[in-house]
Design a protein around this ligand. Structure first.
Ligand code: PLP
Length: 464
């Protein structure tokens, strides 16, 4: 048997070209066969089709058609966030230019755990993470003058997403304030925060009720003694709400508590001149979670944890002789191991860097504005429709709505029927003691007619 071709090296691109044609053709065929936002038939039918396409997972003799078959089957059976009726989760349609950049990463395969595996990628990561950290902390930096060389300047780490970022934020809080640090967060906070407290062996978190969807600073006035990490959210997963950051920041300063802001969703507003001010107060946080695979149109994974003071990251310093021996570091080889808890690590920075530079602030801001505007339009359609109820005007790009007068189980059934038929992917969320349908609008190509069509589809699926 011939050795299969490699992706990198001087011949790599020529070997790859026909395979890419196969992949692109199969993606197109799969999408045409699906003919909708997700495959019809529900879990049993989709699973059966996938089993049939895969056949023997590890056959004795290889199958040269495997690439075409499996890519086509995956595309046919996917929920496609580029379809305007696929709007359940913070699951964005990736930009073509970001996906293309990600291909280069797969080909070159740098690994971010040592300079000798990623000479240029490590510098790109350093440049882009610092620029993004400066973006998060711009308000503070303006106040402090130029501190580009200070060891206390902001910095950011690349993560696999909001979950890992939140986990790191709690770890840094523990390393700064000690193992007795207690997490305080709202009921509206992401589930990964209390889970990280559990993982890190921290005291039982204080979960503050959030009956109106955001963390009420007044509810933070009676807190237990001892070191605290208060976590606020900028863009809640369920409703896209932003906690009152300036008030919470003032309270943290008064109480001597550390502040983390989970801006996994809302962080993207930084790119928009129109919406940026909604994040006022963000720059007072010790740590900030960002997720560019949400309001940043990146393929998964594209998470970041920004820290106000790069010195906090010293807690992650770690040595493994084969990767960052002291004498190598002293001789000038960059030490990368302290920039993650992972070892082998993909340079997710390339697609982010390419996107920032290709679109610029104006281009990215326009995408953010576009999806926020769609949410306003969709909310207006719901509001104007006698058979629907709107939960609240949207803050970012999430709209909670429900068929007027329907019991919760009917609302849940509408969502499942749409999934079963493969006609729409809507989310669900609990708010004000009721169940709502959730439309998370992240597709900048969605048109007003699509929004009207989506509402019409839900109307037609609701039993009368
Ligand atoms: C999505 C989300 C997370 C988790 O991010 P992942 O990338 O899924 O790990 C954390 N916090 C908030 C507010 C989120 O919306």
């Amino acid at each position: 048997m011939n050795t299969p071709p490699l992706a990198s090296g001087p011949e790599g691109p020529d070997e790859l070209r026909p395979l890419l044609d196969t992949v692109l053709d199969a993606l197109g065929e799969g999408a045409r066969l699906r003919n909708g936002p997700l495959p019809a038939g529900g879990p049993p039918e989709v699973a059966e089709r996938m089993r049939a396409a895969v056949g023997d997972v590890l056959p004795q003799e290889g199958d040269p058609q495997a690439l075409r078959r499996l890519v086509r089957a995956l595309a046919k059976g996917s929920a496609d966030p580029a379809d305007p009726f696929c709007a359940a989760h913070l699951h964005c349609p990736p930009l073509a230019v970001a996906a293309a950049a990600d291909l280069a990463v797969s080909v070159l395969n740098p690994s971010m755990d040592s300079w000798d595996q990623a000479p240029a990628a490590s510098e790109l990561e350093a440049l882009v993470t610092r620029a993004l950290a400066d973006e998060v902390y711009a308000e503070t930096l303006r106040g402090a003058g130029n501190c580009a060389t200070s060891p206390h300047r902001p910095d950011a780490l690349l993560t696999t997403g909001g979950t890992e970022s939140n986990q790191l934020a709690l770890l840094l809080a523990r390393e700064t304030l000690g193992p007795g640090v207690r997490l305080v967060c709202g009921e509206n906070a992401h589930h990964s925060l209390p889970r990280s407290a559990w993982l890190l062996g921290l005291p039982e978190p204080v979960i503050v009720p959030t009956p109106h969807g955001t963390l009420d600073p007044a509810a933070l006035e009676t807190l237990p003694p001892g070191p605290l990490l208060i976590a606020a959210t900028a863009g809640t997963t369920d409703a896209g709400l932003i906690d009152p950051l300036p008030e919470i920041a003032a309270l943290c300063a008064h109480r001597g508590a550390r502040l983390h802001v989970d801006a996994a969703y809302g962080g993207g507003l930084l790119f928009s001149a129109r919406h940026r001010a909604e994040l006022t107060g963000l720059s007072t946080a010790d740590t900030v979670t960002l997720d560019l695979h949400k309001l940043g149109w990146q393929p998964v994974a594209a998470g970041l944890l920004a820290v106000r003071d790069a010195q906090d990251l010293a807690a992650l310093t770690h040595r493994a002789d084969y990767l960052n021996a002291d004498d190598d570091t002293e001789a000038g080889l960059p030490d990368l191991l302290g920039r993650s808890l992972r070892t082998t690590r993909r340079p997710d920075i390339l697609k982010i860097a390419v996107t920032l530079k290709t679109l610029g602030r104006t281009g990215l801001g326009a995408l953010v504005d576009q999806v926020c505007e769609q949410a306003q339009e969709f909310a207006q359609l719901v509001h104007d429709h006698p058979d629907f109820e709107l939960h609240a005007p949207p803050t970012i790009s999430t709209v909670l709505f429900r068929p007027a007068g329907a019991p919760d189980d009917a609302v849940a059934a509408v969502r499942r029927q749409l999934l079963q038929d493969g006609r729409a992917v809507l989310g669900r969320a609990r708010a004000a003691h009721r169940l709502w349908l959730k439309a998370t609008l992240l597709n900048p190509t969605t048109r007003p007619a699509d929004l009207a069509g989506l509402l019409h589809l839900v109307e037609g699926t609701t039993p009368r």
